[in-house]
Design a protein around this ligand. Structure first.
Ligand code: IVH
Length: 723
């Protein structure tokens, strides 16, 4: 008995020690930006903790580092009233307006007090209120995260907020003490999606044929309202704390009141408690210094890993803040200095129609060149006919063009005032393909118009570029201009490649069949496979291609024959098959022949593949021309080797048994997840089983697990092991 007791104690102590250690290293990684552990070291400890917790599920607490990704909110997000309204800020756009605000502040304080200003960056995300409550051992634990909503009532998005690594789930008594914070309090701040995460998200959306999100703010707002904590966890949102409020309690200010005497002290305390606070803050005495902070902020803006849209000035003393109070929707004690928007007004001169790799016809705005967000923009996609309808745009209109960070320029609205009269010319979509003349088709349920002629030269050109590009077959040197030359264009024509699309003007003008120059010479390439037939003497007939370039190009082409199956699949340009889908197909079927033979039903069984994708894949491989293409590629020596995706190692050596209905995952999905993390799935429970994952109506397998003392997990438990 005594031994039992000691082992129990030590397991419990070990769990707690591991948790503290993991929390500390999460802090170093996600908040302090000074990691001391490698990812592998982190994973190892995390796995130890998961294993111990799986043995002692009774000790799992929601503030454990293993519990970031849990179950989905069942009935959507509940509405919750804020402890005190979440207001917005008044704006200033220049120094005069800022000085006018400072004068109002001085007036409001009867002019006698000295005022200090605390300057912060204005993060461009969405505001969030986090409630912390007392834990058992003197610590504070995260209870809830509420969006701003209408300012009075927000939505409880706790399950998603928990996945944000810079949000502490647990703040130790020692940290609270160091920060001078009570066990319960409310923190407000901004949830942002860093530029890199935003770019990655948009790449994925584009690969899936979805329109990219306009800016990181919209993307962050959309993400936080996603009902899948798993997805939110992958997006890598961040939370910056900038506001500290009392949650009441003995001897503390009333709920919703300020907890500390100054805003700068609040920021410092939040930093000490382990929150991510913006290090770019400064407390100053004069408006001159405020202006200097603004200038610094503007200079830093482009180099920051997240978007800011201005600077926030706050009266530092919370006592003064209280005296100043609020006007309608905003506090009198703060103001936002907004940076000039990364938007500009310019004229829409024309709309061109480009034919893409899949035959999709995209309207592209030809704009009077305008400098916006650091570059000159003269082209900008209008995506599809619906977007044109939504904007209500006509040729000759003045439009607002926005560009944030490294974001693609976007037309956001039509401008109409006395200096910017409306244009008059309707944007008419062509009926026929601007390149080959074939009638365009709009498939039911689709917004895009498409050229369905598989031999359309525009499609071939895009197919070739795509096939050779870096993430696909990676044939270095086979870029835009060489592709055009291979298709018979001279370099002079290549120069004009930008102007190749047909314009609305051309569509209108019946005499002008197409705006595209016919190639001068005979094409060397008529299909993707022809790339592999090219000889040195072929290449030497092209302009600006010497012996050396020709040789290295042929080497690159030769090398590409060994590209794995997933890359070749991607290269074939099957609609809806992006990087992830291509990988999933290669993993599942293992060879091109198995894939060709796969039925639609088999395809649908693959993770991430829905009926629409399954149908297009099936359709692709029933088309004789495509099958012939595959055969030709094989004939030229392409190996189509299925390189298995690197298997994860998180669950290596572990065997799982699935039983019952899991709340969100199907049996196959759970199996796939376990296997891709290196684990095994077995059909029956034995002593060797590491875990039984039990869902609703789990039957005899669960009983057996209990008899044998095998650890039982629910879906959430399984998911945390995978993170
Ligand atoms: S303080 C009473 N500080 O800007 C309002 N807000 O335009 C207190 N924001 O809704 C807000 N960075 O979402 C504050 N450092 C910062 C901020 C910030 C971004 C957002 C916040 C607010 C909006 C107002």
């Amino acid at each position: 008995m005594a031994t039992d007791h000691t082992t129990q104690m030590s397991a419990e102590a070990k769990i707690e020690a591991l948790r503290e250690e993991l929390r500390h290293h999460e802090y170093l990684y996600y908040v302090a930006d000074a990691p001391e552990w490698t990812d592998a070291q982190y994973d190892k400890r995390m796995n130890e903790l998961k294993a111990l917790e799986a043995e002692h599920p009774e000790w799992i607490t929601p503030d454990s580092p293993t519990q970031r990704v849990g179950g989905k909110p069942k009935d959507g997000f509940a509405k919750v009233e804020h402890s005190r309204p979440m207001l917005s800020l008044d704006n200033a756009y220049n120094e005069d307006e800022l000085r006018a605000w400072a004068d109002r502040v001085a007036g409001g304080l009867a002019g006698s007090d000295k005022v200090r200003y605390e300057c912060e960056l204005k993060l461009d995300g969405l505001s969030m209120a986090l409630q912390y409550v007392a834990g058992k051992g003197g610590e504070a634990v995260l209870r809830s995260g509420i969006t701003r909503g209408d300012g009075t009532t927000g939505e409880d998005v706790t399950s998603n907020v928990r996945t944000i690594r810079s949000v502490p789930l647990h703040i130790s008594a020692a940290k609270l003490k160091a920060a001078g914070l009570p066990q319960q309090f409310e923190v407000r701040g901004e949830v942002v999606l860093p530029q890199k995460a935003f770019a990655k998200m948009n790449e994925e959306r584009i690969a899936q044929g979805l329109a990219p999100a306009v800016n990181p703010r919209n993307a962050a707002a959309g993400t936080i309202r996603t009902l899948e904590p798993n997805i939110v966890a992958q997006r890598r949102l961040e939370f910056f704390a900038y506001f500290l409020l009392s949650a009441g309690g003995e001897g503390k200010p009333a709920v919703g009141e300020f907890l500390l005497d100054t805003q700068s002290a609040a920021i410092e305390a939040l930093g000490k408690a382990g929150f991510l606070v913006n290090s770019n803050t400064r407390t100053v005495d004069t408006i001159e210094e405020v202006m200097a902070f603004i200038a610094d902020g503007e200079a830093k803006r482009d180099g920051l890993p997240y978007e800011i849209d201005g600077i926030v000035m706050k009266v530092d003393s919370t006592l003064q803040q209280r005296r100043l109070g609020f006007t309608g929707k905003a506090p009198r004690w703060a103001i936002a200095y907004k940076f000039p928007a990364r938007a500009a007004i310019t004229k829409l001169d024309d709309v061109l129609f480009q034919v893409g790799r899949t035959g999709k016809v995209t309207p592209v705005a030809a704009l009077a060149p305008v400098f916006v967000g650091g570059t000159t923009v003269s082209r900008c996609t209008l995506h599809n006919p619906d977007e044109i309808t939504r904007l209500g745009v006509k040729i000759g209109d003045y439009v607002s063009v926005e560009r944030g960070g490294d974001v693609i320029p976007k037309i956001t609205e039509v401008i109409e005032d006395k200096d910017h009269p409306r244009g008059t010319q309707e944007i008419v979509f062509p009926d026929a393909c601007p390149r080959c003349g074939e009638a365009l088709v709009r498939e039911p349920g689709e917004v895009d118009l498409r050229c369905v002629n598989v031999s359309c030269p525009a499609r071939l050109e895009e197919e070739l570029r795509h096939f050779a590009s870096r993430g696909v077959m990676n044939i270095e040197g086979l870029g835009e201009s060489l592709v055009a030359q291979l298709l018979g264009h001279t370099l002079a024509e290549v120069e004009a490649i930008e102007g190749e699309e047909v314009s609305v003007e051309a569509v209108k003008d019946a005499d002008c069949e197409t705006a595209t120059a016919e190639p001068t010479r005979a094409a060397l390439v008529h299909s993707i496979a022809d790339i592999y037939k090219l000889t040195k003497s072929d290449l030497l007939t092209l302009e600006r291609i010497g012996e050396k370039t020709a040789e290295s190009l042929l080497e690159q082409i030769e090398r590409s024959k060994k590209m794995p199956l997933n890359r070749v699949l991607l290269g074939l340009g099957i609609r809806h098959v992006g990087e992830r889908t291509a990988q999933a197909l290669a993993d599942e079927f293992g060879s091109i022949d198995a894939l060709i033979a796969a039925t639609e039903e088999e395809l649908t069984r693959v993770n991430d593949i829905g009926p629409k994708v399954a149908a297009t894949v099936r359709e692709f491989f029933t088309n004789d021309r495509n099958l012939a293409l595959v055969e030709r590629l094989r004939g030229y020596g392409l190996t189509f080797t299925a390189k298995k995706r690197e298997r994860g190692t998180k669950l290596e050596g572990m065997t799982f048994v699935l039983t019952g209905t899991l709340p969100t995952l199907t049996r196959d999905e759970a199996k796939e997840k376990i296997e891709s993390a290196g684990g095994k799935v077995s059909g029956s429970v034995s002593k060797k089983t590491s875990y039984v994952v039990a869902g609703e109506e789990a039957g005899s397998k669960l009983e057996k697990a209990q008899q044998l003392g095998v650890a039982v997990l629910d879906e959430a438990g399984l998911l945390t092991m995978l993170v």
